[in-house]
Design a protein around this ligand. Structure first.
Ligand SMILES: Nc1ncnc2c1ncn2[C@@H]1O[C@H](COP(=O)(O)OP(=O)(O)O)[C@@H](O)[C@H]1O
Ligand SMILES: [Mg+2]
Length: 267
């Protein structure tokens, strides 16, 4: 899926988040002892560990830039948590996302359509949506706002398979750094290249072997792919300037067709 989720506020530091000798405890309960880790620019990092080992706590410490954690100065975090408190239940799906979006309404609608909110669906109030649908709105809102680091805590809970695949595509195309906590091993293998595992009050870094990502970068037909991608960008731009519903629908159909061809190519 080629949604150009690029942004102006790209980070140029090599190390985006790091800590040495990090100690975390709640009273007697020690979560981390002399833990160290490093997250590099544009890495897609999975944070794993058993329940209660401190994954959510670690994310919050990073977001709050708690000492001794160091965060790149120009970092702008986008945080998704299951609490979904970033959503206004009395506003529509589209309003919720547009309110903080730095992208055009067309891009916003394409992302929402990819997450299976099509046409008039986007005018539904968040209030009436199912749990899984609200998760998707919150994810779209975070993804399309003015950020360069995505921090996602259990983003796949309540998502159906199709939406999960859409999220995988969106994350792979996100230009910034991604830090994600998930129990879903399959999902993590698809999107992340590094793992930080919390175990024994320490953080252990390792590589995630990712046949899918590797396969994608060694496509056998690079020219055809490039051509389709270029066409797709053109269609996206046509979509944003469409003067009538009819014109919009025409380009929308063209978009779907090109996308299907691209997917076919990737197989
Ligand atoms: N504000 C807090 N005060 C006291 N204990 C807390 C607080 N936040 C988290 N904890 C405890 O720290 C442990 C780790 O929690 P959490 O980071 O949510 O784990 P995980 O996300 O890995 O499941 C849990 O035992 C939790 O009860
Ligand atoms: Mg948690």
């Amino acid at each position: 899926m080629i949604i150009p989720l690029t942004f102006e506020n790209k980070l140029y530091s090599r190390v985006i988040v790091s800590a040495e000798n990090l100690n975390v405890a709640f009273g007697e309960q020690v979560l981390l002892q002399k833990a160290s880790f490093e997250i590099l620019n544009s890495q897609k990092v999975a944070i794993t560990g058993l329940n209660g080992t401190g994954k959510t706590t670690l994310l919050k410490l990073i977001l709050n830039r708690e000492s001794p954690i160091k965060v790149a100065t120009k970092a702008k975090f986008g945080y998704f948590s299951q609490k979904l408190d970033i959503l206004d239940p009395k506003a529509t799906i589209l309003e919720n996302v547009l309110k903080t979006a730095i992208h055009t309404e067309t891009i916003v609608r394409i992302v929402l359509a990819r997450l299976l909110f099509r046409n008039n669906d986007v005018h539904k109030l968040v209030d009436v949506l199912s749990g899984g649908e609200q998760v998707k709105v919150a994810l779209a809102k975070v993804l399309l706002s003015d950020i360069n680091i995505l921090v996602l805590d259990e983003p796949t809970n309540y998502l159906d398979i199709e939406s999960m695949e859409a999220l995988e595509d969106l994350l792979k195309n996100f230009e910034g750094t991604v830090i994600v906590v998930s129990h879903d091993q399959y999902f993590l293998e698809k999107i992340a290249t590094r793992k930080l595992e919390i175990t024994g009050k320490s953080i252990h870094a390792s590589k995630i072997n990712n046949p899918i990502i590797n396969h994608k970068t060694t496509s056998s037909k690079p020219d055809e792919k490039l051509l389709l991608q270029t066409k797709l960008s053109e269609v996206i731009s046509k979509l944003s300037f469409a003067q009538s519903e009819e014109e919009r629908l025409t380009w929308d159909r063209e978009y779907t067709k090109l996308l299907a061809q691209l997917k076919e190519l990737k197989k």
